[in-house]
Write a protein that binds this ligand. Structure first.
Ligand SMILES: *Cc1c(COP(=O)(O)O)cnc(C)c1O
Ligand SMILES: [Zn+2]
Length: 465
């Protein structure tokens, strides 16, 4: 039994084992299930209302007040201030997007986009990495590792390089990582281990190797990471003047975000800081739809902490027998064995959630629509918008409801997909997109070819502008 006001706790109610925050476990040593960071809120100072956090804006020379994660320190109080490692993450924004609302089928003024691509390494991962990294520092780690489809490694490499506190070791599958992300890990000096396999293989190997060598693991199986990711929702509420929206829509990969969001809302409600919880929609890509298959098709539920484990095991067994591999242009969610599945089931329960599934075609069209709004996103992020559109068409989301789509990563993370969508080069389109079942680019903005001649150029500019 942990005695501190912050401790680790197994999410399996049949186990419920507790561990101190300065212990390091990837999963529960007793039963193997996922761990939560839990708090004895009665012994901790909690603000009387959420608007109190705005006072921190006046103290922006204090790095902990400047950080969009740590200015909510009271809501993730597992670390002492002096241990916190911050690079100013979480300076992101919520923007009303009427153009995208129209595309989705929502009334004007009802859609908001949360741009997490504005983080220092270009994705929401920084929210979680600052928290996991802080914990790694608390326990004196010298090396930190992750398996990554790209953004986790970019973020880890950045925290290691900026702080100089640890060496980053990253595991990537072969041929799956986009250049924007790989370039970050390489340039920030991470040891980059390329495995001949996919993300699910890299995830399995990082766990084994780190265990053997005593390396700190920062994948989202790490419960401290999810504490940092809760703050995405605090900032959404802040952006809405502390009003709770009707829907949060988020892409689902390893299901860390969706799990963290559910935890954030259930804690805020428990603390009396909000009076209702928004509904959650998690969006899978059609080529990596484990959550959709289990939750929507198979009826798998959290079931008070007792999800049908046999059902899950059977599903994975069948996946292995048929040698099904995840495949989508949205590489950040190209994951068939989401490590946070059980936590996500809990979040879906708390938030009366739904799971949607969208094709690569729908993802890229939605991405083009997001880009037209001025701030772009990478393919995985656009799954949220594509999912919201689908759920609107299905009548699950009503056009008058207030919807927040989380845009998880920056547009420049994966320029290959964007350029292929807008290209005039049919060969390039086929190679990158047609091979993924994308047959058209309805919103392509194609470059116009002209001879090197002023009169010809003038004609073209007048014709098209
Ligand atoms: C990691 C990542 C995701 C998936 O998030 P999970 O928390 O693993 O579900 C989605 N989009 C982007 C851009 C990511 O980097
Ligand atoms: Zn346990």
């Amino acid at each position: 039994m942990a005695t501190d006001s912050a401790f680790q706790q197994c999410i399996n109610p049949a186990c419920g084992a507790q561990y101190a925050v300065d212990e390091v476990h990837v999963t529960c040593p007793q039963c193997g299930d996922l761990l939560d960071i839990a708090y004895d809120w009665n012994r901790l100072p909690v603000p009387a209302c959420l608007a109190d956090f705005q006072a921190k804006w006046a103290q922006r020379l204090d790095p902990l007040a400047f950080s969009g994660v740590w200015r909510f320190h009271e809501l993730l109080p597992f670390a002492r201030r002096e241990h916190v490692v911050t690079v100013g993450e979480g300076q992101t924004m919520l923007q009303r997007g009427d153009g995208v609302a129209r595309y989705i089928g929502l009334d004007a003024g009802r859609l908001y986009l949360q741009y997490e691509g504005l983080n220092p390494s270009g994705s929401f991962k920084d929210n979680g990495m600052t928290a996991a990294f802080t914990h790694a520092r608390m326990i004196g780690a010298r090396r930190a590792a992750c398996a990554s489809t790209g953004n986790t490694s970019a973020s880890l490499a950045m925290y290691c390089a900026v702080s100089g506190l640890m060496k980053a070791v990253i595991f990537i599958g072969s041929g799956k990582i986009s250049y924007g992300k790989l370039s970050q890990a390489l340039e920030f000096g991470a040891l980059t281990v390329q495995i001949s396999g996919d993300f699910d293989d890299a995830m399995a190997r990082v766990t084994e190797v780190s265990k053997r060598l005593g390396i700190y693991v920062v994948n989202s199986i790490n419960p401290f990471r999810l504490e940092g990711q809760k703050t995405v929702m605090y900032r959404v509420l802040e952006g809405l003047g502390w009003q709770v929206p009707d829907w949060i829509v988020v892409p689902g990969g390893n299901l860390g975000n969706s799990s963290a969001f559910g935890k954030a809302f259930s804690e805020l409600q428990q603390l009396g800081l909000i009076d209702r919880i928004p509904r959650l929609a998690v969006v899978n890509a059609a080529g990596s739809d484990t959550l959709f298959q289990l939750y929507e098709q198979g009826g798998l539920r959290w079931n008070h902490g007792y999800p049908d484990r046999q059902h899950i095991a059977d599903y994975y067994g069948e996946m292995d027998t048929q040698q099904r591999k995840a495949s989508t242009i949205a590489s950040a969610i190209e994951i068939n064995r989401p490590v946070n599945l059980n936590k996500c089931l809990r979040a879906l329960d708390v938030c009366r959630g739904v799971v949607a599934r969208v094709t690569d075609q729908e993802i890229l069209d939605a991405k083009a629509q997001v880009g037209l709004g001025g701030f772009g996103c990478e393919p995985a992020s656009a799954a949220s918008v594509a999912g919201a559109k689908l759920l609107c068409e299905q009548g699950v989301i009503d056009k008058s409801e207030r919807v927040v789509c989380v845009l998880t990563g920056h547009q420049l993370k994966d320029p290959g997909a964007t350029v292929a969508y807008h290209t005039t080069d049919q060969e390039q389109f086929n190679r990158v997109l047609a091979s993924r079942g994308v047959s058209r680019a309805a919103f392509a903005n194609r470059a116009v070819a002209v001879p090197n001649d002023v009169n010809e150029i003038v004609k073209v500019v007048q014709l098209y502008s």
